[in-house]
Design a protein around this ligand. Structure first.
Ligand code: AMP
Ligand code: MG
Length: 401
């Protein structure tokens, strides 16, 4: 294997991954299709937001100076519910206009009092307190026309899609979804729904990995799960590399004789590293197959998920220049003992409780890397640095699941 980087630290693995880049393509999509996508350009607002001065409250608009002596009683000279209605109204001394939230402020008015603090009789309104200037939302106070509100690489969360609409866009340029092939390997694997016999298990990794790819805003194809034969693997890798940007395999990357992904990559592919100081998830490899980047992920379900979050997701964000979605992290107090390892970055699954004392992490579930329930039923993973000791009461970093 010559110079192959072997059993390297996570940071070094990421550095190596990042040397492999992909040409991304931009496409324009309707806003409805832009959720969870990556914005491809800096996006200037097409309008001021708000586009005109308007009321932040249902209530009355008037001159502030007429409301200083409370209770003040003013004459109601009209109602404004929508744009246009204010054009022929000017609020003068001693006058008020009934106004709805979001409606344009009439000429002459410089303040609002919300309806709850008023009482009306015939065409008179009595104010319980002085009116408020800050209940006028000023033209352009949120955004000015031409201002870049969202920059290239922004991960489009629901509120950001709403902001695109507010800025006047019906469609926006986004990074074209990467096409990711997912290949599960293992003679023992059966599709969920089929009968299993002794020695067989249901194939689950491709489903989880597919969800992780979609979470990042890309497109996944779960190719047929294949048995442990070199010929099937070669054929499937060849097929996958023809029309995908990235290949993820699961299983077959450990030291064993049956670990065919590692074997075929050694003999026929191009490996950039194998094995990482990460627990669970030390076996992964990264490289290219026919110039298509490939991550060989471990077969153990927890390990494949952890490796995705620690290596694959950061690399995909890197090549798409995306600022999200990210693995949200926080600090929590340990309520139970957790076991670090000597030389690996170690992640243990924990439940996370919000208490008066801040976040508290409990390791309740047994931590086997084959136990996907331990991940599915936990809120987070504590991140334990190699060689460090952790005691109950210590504050540790957690990554939310
Ligand atoms: P391997 O890395 O192929 O040796 O697999 C390690 C462990 O993960 C074995 O117990 C496999 O049965 C299990 N495993 C491998 N692939 C999958 C999969 N796609 N879904 C669920 N479990 C798997
Ligand atoms: Mg296997």
């Amino acid at each position: 294997m010559g110079e192959l980087p072997y059993f390297i630290e996570v940071a070094q693995a990421l550095e190596i991954c990042n040397k492999t880049t992909l040409q991304t393509v931009t496409e324009r999509v309707n806003l409805d299709d832009s959720h969870c996508r990556i914005l491809a350009v800096d996006l200037p607002s097409l309008v001021d937001d708000p586009p005109f001065d308007n009321s932040a409250m249902d209530g009355f608009a008037m001159r502030f100076e007429d409301t200083i002596d409370v209770p003040a009683t003013l004459e109601i000279i009209g109602t404004i519910q929508a744009a246009g209605q204010e054009d022929n109204i000017t609020v003068g001394k001693g006058q008020a206009v009934k106004i709805m939230t979001g409606a344009p402020i009439p000429n002459g008015a410089d303040s609002i009092l919300q309806v709850e603090l008023t009482s009306t009789e015939d065409n008179k309104v009595t104010l319980q307190q002085e009116s408020m200037k800050h209940f006028i939302r000023r033209k352009g106070e949120n955004l000015s026309k031409g201002e870049i509100a969202l920059s290239a690489g922004t991960y489009l969360t629901p509120s950001r899609v709403g902001l695109c609409a507010t800025m006047g866009y019906s469609s926006i340029p986004v990074i074209k979804k990467l096409k990711v092939a997912i290949i599960a390997t293992g003679d023992e694997l059966k599709q969920p729904g089929e009968e299993i016999e002794r020695g067989e298990i249901y194939e689950s990794n491709s489903f989880g990995l597919s969800g992780l790819i979609k979470w990042l805003g890309h497109e996944s194809t779960r190719l047929n799960c294949i048995g442990d034969t070199i010929d099937d693997l070669r054929q499937t890798l060849n097929q996958a590399s023809l029309d995908h940007d990235l290949i993820l395999t699961s299983g077959g990357v450990s030291m064993g004789e049956w670990d065919l992904v590692r074997k075929i990559m050694e003999e026929e592919g191009d490996i950039h590293f194998w094995r990482v100081k990460l627990r669970p998830g030390s076996p992964p490899l990264f490289g290219t197959w026919n110039n298509t980047p490939i991550f060989g992920l471990p077969g153990n379900p927890v390990s494949s998920h952890v490796v995705f979050r620690i290596l694959v997701a950061p690399w995909i964000r890197h090549i798409t220049q995306a600022n999200g979605p990210i693995e949200n992290r926080a600090f929590a107090k340990l309520a139970t003992k957790v076991k670090p390892t000597k030389d690996c970055l170690t992640l243990r699954r924990v439940s996370i409780e919000v208490t008066d004392d801040g976040l508290v992490a409990h390791q309740k579930i047994h931590q086997g890397s084959g136990n996907i329930a331990s991940m599915a039923l936990s809120e987070g993973m504590v991140i334990l640095q190699p060689g460090c000791e952790y005691s109950i009461g210590d504050t540790v970093e957690v990554m939310f699941l």
